[in-house]
Ligand binder design. Sequence first.
Ligand code: AMP
Length: 475
Amino acid sequence: MYEHSNTAFKHEIKEQCGVAAIASKSKASSYIYYCLRALQHRGQEAVGIAVFNKKIESYKGIGLAANVFDDKKIKSLKGKTGIGHTYYSIKLSKPENAQPTIIKTEVGEIALAHNGILVNAEKLRKQLKKKGHDFTLGCEEEVVGYLLADHLRSSGDLIKAIKSTLSEIQGSYSFTMMLNGRVFGIRDPLGIKPLCLGKFKDGHVIVSESVALDVIDANMIRDVYPGELVEINQDGFESHQLFNKKHRAHCFFEYTYFARADSEIDGRSVYETRKRIGWRLAKEHPVSADIVIPVPDSGRAHAFGFSLGSGIPLAEGLMKNRYVARTFIMPTQKLRDLTVREKVNPIKSEVEGKRVVLVDDSIVRGTTMKRIVNMVRNANAREVHVRIGTPPLISPCYLGIDMTTRDQFIAHKNTIEEIRKNLDADSLGYISVCGLLEALLFSKSDLCLGCVTEKYPIDIPPEKHRFQHTIQDYE
Ligand code: AMP
């Protein structure tokens, strides 16, 4: 069953997503639905739920969870176990690409929901094709499904087969998976993507972020450990620590931008972490100013921290129109420019005649900040200073954030002074990598900092071994 509720762009990228799994005494689908709504910030392009009701039944569609599902559709999915997915990609010209992906194999149907990127998927796909597997879906998850089926056929032991499968795939993954009614959560050996485990009145749950536990009144048991496979059922869970690496490689961008501020990931509150970043930013790049203005919504916690660290009062100088689509994924620069103007508007009475510090989480292309500086100047600010809670982004993310080409980054081609001029700001300061590490309370060896240091936690194989993930601008 598929449904279109809006038009998809044709870009070839596949990135951040949200995953969920439920094992319950009652119907799983409505729990999964609410979890997916809480994870909607991790993907707005498509959504899907698969449940086990003697066989796998699923419903997927392009659009937000609230648009794709209604009461009737949720009720029609009858099983007590199930998984769900919110999709970030804008490559979806076909709704079948929405997840959970259902792979029909000789050992049964496998439903898989994936957050992450497998960097050797193309290479494995070619090998599996030579062995006679017929690929019809054109996605990485099909590769995982066939690998698992092959291993399961030869070993007969599901846990062993999962371990062998994971030994062959490289990249980032937090999976939720369902096979013959059994439900699993799997986190990659470096813990690049978040995944956590909880308990609620009717059973157990695995989700990308803790906000999706809160929404169904589940208590967090703990994060799924890197390299761990967790099987949940209504009464408990079983853990299999499949891989033990010395280090982790958590994606720092989850903390600075991607995750919801009210989530807790790997023992850290995302909101408090952002506040610490803002506080450090104020120490690293002090400035004399009258007010600190957050760029809504992603810069709020950083700005609060900056205000605490600098003693400069916080003011709500920018208002956000919540009904305007995200600018970041707009296909052309012209559209991105226009949408920023529509999305954010200065409150003139707050800004007029003031020396303003604008604080945001990150600058990628510079579109958003350039437009906002311009608006704040037009609202008669006396000075406009810019402070950014992520170090200059210079290198693509191969492991799951939608930043895939070097040329995209304004900081790749320009010095800080050139960027300042380009933004027309009076001053510009980015948090340093050292400052970021202090705020995150992780050591460098436990983080993926690839997009700001160009050093990745795993070898990134050549392009031909990966699926196509390049953003193609249409200008
Ligand atoms: P830009 O206008 O390209 O500089 O975009 C920067 C803004 O987009 C930041 O303020 C973030 O809030 C947001 N952003 C950064 N990275 C991403 C991403 N990978 N996907 C969506 N939005 C992002």
